[in-house]
Design a protein around this ligand. Structure first.
Ligand SMILES: [Zn+2]
Length: 290
């Protein structure tokens, strides 16, 4: 857990390469380091083909069947005018020479994050949101480039996608991070749950993170490992709320094999997209519903 947090912080504070370094000595290494850094994405992995979601499909997000009807199942998400036109900036972690964490089955984090962001884009656009991505192919992007792009586009929410690694094979599950309030920011009203008023982007980040948690709990398919506030320095440079999702542990063999399957990725994207849509209909989109 701690290692994951350190990795997250490194990703945002020191540039994109640090997390790979941090996890390299903890992940199985099927090939020498130099070869790993230049693995070609497509030929390397026999990932299951992803069925493109038909754009004509009507509100696909709302059709997802809740997997965990435990009494707190979130209502189905419907596309509503409230979110029309809001801009989500998707940030697939790593890329290019920086492959991020590497699963024992050979799945590099940089490829997984890109695949998930492509699935998210389809779903979010179907719900009426606009989507930009900090990268759409296997290329390097510095943290500054990612921030500048998001700010230039005037995004309404910055969603960074990563995957975790651990020295132990045991840790698994989705972890969601949101930034601590920057110094000087009004924090008095940021301790809010979904639907409560927030007064600054940090509070909106937390609200969005909590909505994502709700949707993952309600829909699955992943186990939620945790939600936590961390001092993400990127938040001080971003002019919008931001949430970082670690979609699972590539060092957990079971979870990695799930993440290698298209069906699991699609269901994960369904839950995340529903959470994003719900978040944009919440305090951030409504300007503070109390
Ligand atoms: Zn990462």
């Amino acid at each position: 857990m701690l290692l994951a947090v350190v990795g997250v912080l490194a990703a945002f504070e020191a540039g994109a390469r640090e997390p790979a370094t941090a996890v390299e000595n903890t992940t199985p290494a099927p090939a020498p380091k130099e070869e790993q850094r230049f693995i070609e994405v497509e030929p390397l992995l026999p990932l299951e083909p992803i069925e493109p979601v038909a754009p004509s499909q009507e509100t696909p997000i709302s059709e997802v069947e809740p997997l965990a009807p435990e009494g707190e199942t979130a209502p189905p998400v419907q596309a509503e005018p409230a979110v029309q036109g809001d801009l989500i900036v998707l940030d697939p972690g790593h890329g290019g020479a920086d492959q991020g964490a590497l699963g024992g089955g050979g799945l590099p984090e940089k490829q997984l994050t890109l695949l998930l962001c492509e699935l998210l884009r389809t779903r979010l656009e179907a719900a009426g949101l606009r989507v930009e991505a900090t990268r759409t192919e296997d290329v390097d992007r510095s943290v500054k480039q990612r921030i500048d792009m998001a700010n230039d586009q005037r995004g309404d929410l910055f969603l960074s996608i990563h995957a975790s690694a651990s020295p132990s094979e045991r840790p698994h599950g989705v972890e969601i991070f949101y930034p601590a309030a920057p110094k000087g920011a009004a924090t008095g009203r940021t301790r809010t749950l979904l639907g409560e008023r927030v007064t600054n982007p940090s509070g909106e980040s937390r609200a969005a993170a909590e909505v994502l948690v709700e949707q993952i709990r309600a829909q699955g398919p992943a186990e939620l490992s945790g939600i936590r506030q961390v001092p993400l320095r990127i938040a001080n440079s971003l002019a919008m709320p931001c949430v970082l999702v670690e979609v699972g542990y590539l060092t957990n063999a079971t979870e990695e094999s799930l993440l290698r399957t298209g069906d699991y990725r699609e269901r994960l994207a369904d839950a995340l997209a529903a959470g994003i849509v719900a978040a944009m209909k919440g305090p951030a989109a409504a300007g503070g519903a109390s």
